[in-house]
Design a protein around this ligand. Structure first.
Ligand SMILES: [Zn+2]
Length: 400
């Protein structure tokens, strides 16, 4: 047996320094001997881990170790993870954003982010989005009266609340095209900022703009799908593989129809869903269109006046919208940059209230530290004893 932590002599064969912890699976710790087949099992207490999303701003500061607060904070987070009280899963947006970073230490940063996640990963953002839009469509088809269900397992692996083993498996790669993504994001920001003068003149209300953003989102899904099937119709089979990932959303929705209906009729139903309250309640759409509407509102009120400065300030905007929209409902807390914090806290969106997610940034650092300390306070005596069993040689658990 591979013994990870030697704790002493074997109770059966008596071999010196041969007995210790072998592995942790689910809620069971197995101890064994290097020499014989003796083993012991311990049942560990149930854990309920806090899910914290750390954005790229936080992670790159913690990685560079130049600001003491971040170094201290990441140590606190790491201790909470050791104590099975917290997880900071990695996401597809982390990977894409890290690979956009033009920096010599890019690979080291990526390794650091992976270590921080300790093998926990969110499902890719596009998958969550597709799943939610289809869920909303199914609710629309039966005119369901219930609220949109937010289930943790839609975004996170089922074993997130199990005890961590001594070794974790390196997370896989999310598919992405680094150069294409970089170009698209840069183009999108330029296009966005170029639209600001027009936004300034608009007399529409916040709600009107919100409705407009939602309509646009639905139109984009339909036009992406149309483009893909038009390419296939003229014999371009590569369209199935190289079309933007969101082209498949409408296609997946069409599979929801039980009866044979012609495509035109089906697409009409899809379109009316996109214009219905069912679509506006889909979490990723609610959040993403909401955040863009807040940006519109800020522009209208005189923010981001200098286009060049705005492009710099908003460089990470679409990444932020992507990960907040996809993951906020499944997180207990998120650390964002200060601009985004003011966006998500906009009272008209009430994201914190709606999904129970707490948001932090550099500007409310004290609240963030209080939040982390409150999690630490959940460490019961039972948990402390179990941690001493699982990590007997950890600094602080060592017995003399
Ligand atoms: Zn033995």
């Amino acid at each position: 047996m591979l013994v990870t932590n030697i704790i002493g002599n074997c109770p059966k064969c008596g071999t010196e320094a041969s007995f210790g912890n072998v592995f942790v699976k689910g809620h069971i710790l197995t101890r064994g001997c290097l020499r014989c087949d003796y083993s012991e099992h311990f049942y560990l207490p149930q854990t309920e881990k806090t899910v914290l999303y750390l954005d790229q701003f936080f992670l790159s500061h913690a990685f560079r170790e130049k600001v003491p607060e971040f170094v201290e904070c990441i140590r606190l987070i790491s201790n909470l993870a050791d104590d099975q009280l917290m997880v900071c899963p990695i996401s597809s947006v982390h990977e894409t954003e890290t690979h956009q970073w033009r920096h010599a230490q890019k690979d080291e940063l990526w390794e650091f982010i992976k270590r921080t996640s300790r093998g926990h990963e969110f499902k890719p953002a596009y998958e969550i989005k597709r799943r939610q839009i289809i869920q909303g469509f199914k609710m629309y088809l039966v005119q369901a009266q219930s609220e949109f269900p937010v289930t943790h397992s839609d975004a996170l692996p089922h074993d997130i609340n199990e005890w961590e083993d001594y070794f974790w498996i390196d997370v896989g790669h999310y598919p992405s095209n680094v150069e294409l993504t970089r170009r698209l994001k840069e183009d999108s920001i330029s296009e966005l900022v170029d639209a600001f003068p027009k936004w300034l003149q608009s007399a529409k209300s916040f709600q009107d703009h919100r409705a407009f953003e939602l309509r646009t989102a639905g139109d984009i899904y339909i036009s992406l799908y149309r483009r893909m099937i038009q390419r296939i119709a003229v014999g371009d089979c590569s369209a199935i593989f190289d079309s933007p990932i969101d082209s498949k959303i409408v296609e997946a929705m069409l599979h929801c129809f039980e009866n044979e209906r012609d495509l035109k009729e089906q697409l009409e139903t899809v379109r009316s869903y996109f214009q219905s309250p069912y679509f506006s309640q889909v979490p990723c759409e609610y959040i993403s269109t909401g955040l863009i509407t807040v940006l519109r509102d800020r522009v209208k009120r005189g923010s981001f006046k200098n286009p060049e400065k705005a492009k710099k300030q908003l460089r990470g905007f679409f990444f932020d919208v992507d990960f907040i929209a996809a993951y906020a409902p499944y997180c207990d807390a998120m650390f964002l940059d200060t601009t985004m914090l003011s966006f998500v806290r906009d009272k008209r969106l009430a994201i914190e209230k709606r999904y129970g997610t707490k948001f932090y940034a550099k500007s409310n650092w004290g609240e963030f530290m209080d939040f982390l300390k409150s999690i630490n306070a959940r460490k019961t005596e039972e948990l402390t004893r179990a941690i001493e069993l699982v990590y007997p040689n950890k600094l602080g658990n060592a017995k003399t």
